[in-house]
Design a protein around this ligand. Sequence first.
Ligand code: ARG
Length: 458
Amino acid sequence: GANTMWGGRFDGGPDAIMQAINASIGFDRRLAAQDIAGSRAHAAMLADTGILTVADADAIQKGLLTVLSEIEAGNFNFRVDLEDIHMNVESRLKEIIGEPAGRLHTGRSRNDQVAVDFRLWVRDQCDAAITGLEALMRAFLSQAEQGADWVMPGFTHLQTAQPVTWGHHMMAYVEMFARDRSRFIDARKRMNECPLGAAALAGTSFPIDRHATAAALGFDRPTANSLDSVSDRDFALEFLGAASITAMHLSRFAEELVIWSSAQFRFVRLSDKWTTGSSIMPQKKNPDAAELLRSKLGRILGATVALFTVMKGLALTYSKDMQEDKEQTFDAADNLMLGLAAMTGMVGDMTAMRDTLKTAAASGFSTATDLADWLVRELNMPFRDAHHVTGTLVAMAEKAGIDLPDLTLAQMQSVHAAIRADVFDVLGVENSVRSRMSYGGTAPEQVRAQIQRWKDAL
Ligand code: ARG
């Protein structure tokens, strides 16, 4: 038969395949709580403005709470023939309270209804992401605190560059995740306007109070243009954009963990909680969580691209294309939260191998820049010349199969006669990092200042 919600002008029902492609209840049931919150705010406003009688509004409120408890208890019968969460809730409301249920939709459309539901849902996800990022930042902060002055190699091109500290490396991620957090905070602020009351697209002739519903749902204000209200999905795109950047950051540290936990590096030991074994190779401890975290950006960025592609070129206002906004956003959000929780756990449980880090820091001519700087500072050599002299010394050491500090003073003087014995002071990695006192540099003193700044801020 024809649909009871909109079937007035229809003689027959939809084809089975039409129903399958049209229905969104399979996924938008996740908006049930938001849908009922939106309807309750709308009903209360309809009573306050005298559009509905208090008796009808009360019946609606009670009925909606019953529907909510049925859904929460898991004994709600979601029906595909009712298409989506909005019509499933309203139809059940009608079964429970009868005639007043049909008055709830006064001055409203599914177009503003879905817009407000989805916005409420995405807003919650911003809050969850902010909380998750704060927990992750704290995990990195305690790693940084513990090893603020532990030396390790800093890399460019994944080749040894200069010694840095473990704390400094951990704090680099605190900066990244702090920016991610601020992106969710910004997005949340921008999305916090209520589209409810835009109705189908043009607003409504009923004397509704959009400021009241906006306030009741925790929004800062109602949206200002009804056409924009029902056709905008920027808020989800911003969330997905922020989620993608976060997932990209997660993937970078995940890759470092994969490398660092290998037998060839042994910079960190991952705990048993975040690794798996092999059914054939008994020695294995695979960094599966890190590998999965490295890959999560694939689906999160995929969801972002998908929604951009859905929205691109859509003429105003609502088109059914926009029903495709939800499923992948749900998936992206789920995977982001899972990723943040997994990374927080893994970072909290990992052990930095202090001695291995130090040995690695001292190899690969990591203090060559310190030597060049010494030549500039002590011998007043132009940096370009100092670079050349140092390069010659590196080549000499490499040929002999030794590192820079292992060269004798005589060998050094054979390249440049004015070099003195105190040059060896700057070739030690501890001295090297201690000297990087510029603001934001790797000197433990600088690192500790940044740790303190973030501990105060969080
Ligand atoms: N299920 C729809 C969606 O997710 C709800 C809005 C439907 N509006 C409409 N006019 N068909 O977008």
